[in-house]
Ligand binder design. Structure first.
Ligand SMILES: O=C(O)c1cc(=O)[nH]c(=O)n1[C@@H]1O[C@H](COP(=O)(O)O)[C@@H](O)[C@H]1O
Length: 258
């Protein structure tokens, strides 16, 4: 299993020609834009050493795999966030397509179950260079009342832990969860199991549709490895300043830990 991003950087052939090899920031900027032009215009203002980029359902549906190549040609490591959730055979083949596209990270839904996740992991194992494979546990937009409506009556944290254990036992690299669950998951599943946390909000930003939220530094303190941040950066009056301020806060925090 790939145990660190440095390992991945060493292994991925795309790193040699173009991709930024030493991304020190844990920030994954969610490029939730409606067109390739808007996403590329935004990306052209960013430094691939200062963040990675996430391409999700809206943008990928609009722009397709060509956009992944365009972003990677500009040096960005890309998290393809399509949250695959289907029968094992379909998800395995979708993950292979992500590997062929050279993305840095790809995700599935843990609620697709053990056989689906194992099939995805096995499909990627045949690549000597492969994306990190992670699974979404409980969406950060959900709280206890949302879970109850779909028949899950345990607290979100318990459901997240259950799905994270299943993810680890299925051979994946980590999970998407809220930073609120990070201390529990790090304690139960070990420090090498990657935690990717959306639902990141600055102290003064709106929660929007997110429910289980945390600030960037608090999320790292809690044990998050990567922070997915969309609107607090993309919708900021000055997105570059917002990203720079977040990275500066993170650097200061890390300096206290060194
Ligand atoms: O897999 C994800 O990235 C994801 C999982 C989750 O539980 N919650 C979540 O918000 N996301 C994604 O993270 C991003 C969060 O965006 P903002 O709420 O604008 O910061 C969106 O692109 C979501 O699709």
């Amino acid at each position: 299993m790939i145990s660190s991003i440095e390992d991945w950087n060493d292994m991925n052939p795309l790193m040699a020609p173009g991709l930024a090899a030493n991304v020190t920031s844990p920030v994954l900027v969610a490029l939730d834009f409606a067109t390739a032009d808007a996403a590329l215009a935004f990306a052209s203002r960013l430094d691939p050493l200062q963040c990675r980029l996430k391409v999700g359902k809206e943008l990928f549906t609009a722009a397709g795999p060509q956009l992944l190549q365009q972003l990677q040609a500009r040096g960005f490591q890309v998290f393809l966030d399509l949250k695959f959730h289907d029968i094992p055979n379909t998800v395995a083949h979708a993950c292979k397509m992500a590997a062929e596209a050279g993305v840095w990270m790809v995700n599935v839904h843990a609620s697709g179950g053990r056989r689906m996740m194992t099939a995805a992991a096995e499909a990627l194992a045949q690549y000597s260079q492969r994306p990190l494979l992670i699974a979404v546990t409980v969406l950060t937009s959900m709280e206890a009342s949302d879970l109850a409506e779909i028949g899950i009556t345990v607290p979100p944290q318990e459901q997240v832990l259950r799905l994270a254990r299943l993810t680890r036992d299925s051979g994946l690299d980590g999970v998407v969860c809220s930073a609120q669950e990070a201390p529990l998951l790090k304690a139960e599943l070990g420090r090498d199991f990657k935690l990717v946390t959306p639902g990141i909000r600055l102290a003064d930003s709106a929660a929007d549709d997110q429910r289980r939220v945390m600030t960037p530094v608090a999320a790292l303190q809690a044990g998050a490895d990567y922070l997915v941040i969309g609107r607090p950066i993309t919708q900021a009056a000055d997105p570059l300043a917002a990203l720079a301020a977040i990275n500066a806060d993170i650097q200061s925090y890390r300096a206290t830990q060194a």
